[in-house]
Design a binder for this molecule. Sequence first.
Ligand SMILES: Nc1ncnc2c1ncn2[C@@H]1O[C@H](COP(=O)(O)OP(=O)(O)O)[C@@H](O)[C@H]1O
Ligand SMILES: [Mg+2]
Length: 285
Amino acid sequence: MSSRGPAFHVKQTPCYYTRLSRTLAIANQKGGVGKTTTAINLAASLAANDFRVLVIDADPQGNATTGLGVAKDPDRPSLYHVLLGDANPQDALVRTDFEGLDLISADKNLVGANLELVDIQDREFRLRSRTESVRSAYPFVLIDCPPALDLLTLNAMMAADSVLVPIQCEFFALEGISELMDTIDRIRESFSHPLEVEGILLTMYDDRTNLTRQVAADLREFFGGQVFQTIIPRSIRLAEAPSFGKPILAYDPRSRGAESYIRLAKEILDNEHHGKARRHAGQSS
Ligand SMILES: Nc1ncnc2c1ncn2[C@@H]1O[C@H](COP(=O)(O)OP(=O)(O)O)[C@@H](O)[C@H]1O
Ligand SMILES: [Mg+2]
């Protein structure tokens, strides 16, 4: 476990970072690919590197909310009230038990948001405009998207600088991915929004099976340099942590899962630090 060491000790101040505030949408319209697990644990890993992080839970299921140990309370100002009510985003901020990690929660109110947004004139821009004042106070904002290419996901992408796409290493891994990439392209063109692809993250990797190894190799071949070097292993500990309302770094910091998300945070920080050109949708390197 010695490789875990340095990542914990590299303390960076936000000025290490070239942009003051960066918003990442974590999206894939498939469910169960590791979006929420990545939102929670990447957020905690960035916070452990001394960056303040805001997680915005944009999935009506509210799994990121629960997974961060925050009870779903329909009466507390949540993302729904910020988007479609008159709640001040500041009042919707919730401190989590993990230092440096704050949340705008989701609850069942958000279920109706897609329908309610349809009739609104700036329907794709709501999340962006209504959360701007709080997002700008955080070096990193991670938006956990629902498993659909719906208006909530579109809102998340319009608010985001880049999209991080978790893909589960399984047989149907590529299913729907071209649709997702087309959506990113369309946003770039239709709204002149310079949305980048932060990277494709291989999740639930199990090196004991030939199938996962083969799928991972195929994905690397297909997407080239867009795929993160870091791979998230299949890990029981990662699956257990949310039921304790904790990121893996708080639940089992020595686990392989924790180590992998620390490595992912470092890879994202390194890419930014070295000015690595952000990869655009459709490009393979
Ligand atoms: N690396 C992993 N290893 C084992 N289980 C995982 C891993 N990542 C996610 N899971 C589990 O898989 C399920 C789906 O993950 P989740 O992050 O909720 O996906 P999504 O948000 O894309 O629907 C959850 O039960 C979660 O705990
Ligand atoms: Mg989810």
